[in-house]
Design a protein around this ligand. Structure first.
Ligand SMILES: C[C@](O)(CO)[C@H](O)COP(=O)(O)OP(=O)(O)OC[C@H]1O[C@@H](n2ccc(N)nc2=O)[C@H](O)[C@@H]1O
Ligand SMILES: Nc1ncnc2c1ncn2[C@@H]1O[C@H](COP(=O)(O)OP(=O)(O)OP(=O)(O)O)[C@@H](O)[C@H]1O
Length: 282
């Protein structure tokens, strides 16, 4: 059976405000999820054996914990389909870097298999399943650059300026859970309206404590700020810089000190996955 490849794009949190905390310990957020044209790819070979397998493992992640495998199993169980699949993962995105690679892989797997297995769940049913896999899975199923609230699951789509991003990784790992349980995390940022969003009037509320705990993130941020406005995404560790043209972004990437790594991506309104799904269903 031939492999069909599906896009699994990255996101950036252009800002991240923590506006409160729910009784279950989860935080109320406001953020802009910026979809990028750059990411991983998930290859799907369907079969009628009912078996789900990964063609290759990801280092450090047990196969049964891999979000690609878990997403396929969840869809199979929920829809009671007798179909199976062999799933390939082409990784480009840094793991646990705040660019949502694992969440995006899960979203792509759910959406691609729903099309290829013809299980016919609608987008809100897929989002409900996605929520069970992680807080950032729903936005990748939604597939548009959007202003998000709640735990990142209430969306108001917005148009952001045409931007080329340099996304850099400081090669340190930041635990999302450790940041969200930190006593000194600011949790009372006033709520803003999606219409009044601007990059300059917002911040990432996690950035200061991540920089304190992980000096390498602070060092990378200081280095990037010489060239362009820059900010951390999510709970880190990646930092992005905002450029209006690709040449300047590429020039800066070429100068990136060798202990760090990075990539260039264009901000997009509609994710490459959503575009592909529309074509597939035509
Ligand atoms: C902060 C963001 O990166 C913004 O994009 C995400 O909302 C985090 O998404 P994620 O990594 O998929 O997060 P999950 O795996 O669902 O949660 C990891 C841990 O972060 C904390 N967490 C996460 C999201 C949220 N709104 N409040 C939280 O307190 C919880 O302690 C949870 O145990
Ligand atoms: N297919 C997968 N790709 C990447 N990580 C995976 C995958 N499956 C499971 N994981 C686990 O999920 C963790 C978080 O991965 P992910 O890349 O989504 O983090 P992130 O970029 O910090 O995302 P977020 O911004 O949503 O917090 C990884 O550290 C890894 O242990």
């Amino acid at each position: 059976m031939a492999v069909t490849w599906w896009a699994s794009p990255a996101k950036l949190n252009l800002f991240l405000h923590i506006t409160g905390r729910y009784e279950d310990g989860y935080h109320a957020l406001q953020t802009v999820f910026q979809m990028l044209d750059y990411g991983d790819e998930i290859g799907v070979e369907t079969s009628d054996t009912g078996e789900i397998s990964l063609a290759q493992s990801i280092s450090g992640v047990a196969d049964h914990e891999n979000l690609v495998y878990r997403a396929a199993k969840l869809l199979q169980t929920e829809t009671r389909t007798t179909e199976g699949a062999k799933l390939h993962i082409h990784k480009r995105l840094p793991m646990g870097g705040g660019v949502g690679g694992g969440s995006s892989n899960a979203a792509t797997t759910l959406c691609a298999l729903n099309s290829m297995w013809r299980t016919a769940l609608n987008q809100s049913e897929l989002i409900e399943l996605g929520q069970q896999l992680g807080a950032d899975v729903p936005v990748f199923i939604h597939g548009r650059t959007t202003f998000a609230e709640g735990t990142g699951d209430k969306f108001t789509d917005i148009t952001t300026p045409d931007t080329v991003f340099l996304v850099a990784h400081p090669n340190v790992h930041v635990s999302t859970q450790a940041i969200f349980t930190a006593a000194d995390l600011p949790r009372k940022t006033p709520v803003i309206s999606s219409q009044h969003y601007s990059f300059n009037a917002t911040q990432n509320d996690c950035q200061e404590i991540v920089c304190k705990r992980h000096p390498e993130v602070a060092k990378l941020l200081q280095w990037l700020l010489q060239f362009a406005p820059s900010r951390m995404t999510g709970t880190g560790a990646c930092v992005f810089s905002v450029f209006s043209d690709r040449i300047s972004a590429e020039k800066t990437l070429k100068q990136l000190p060798s202990q760090w790594s990075g990539f260039i991506a264009q901000g997009v309104h509609t994710s490459p996955l959503l575009k592909q799904l529309k074509q597939y269903s035509i």
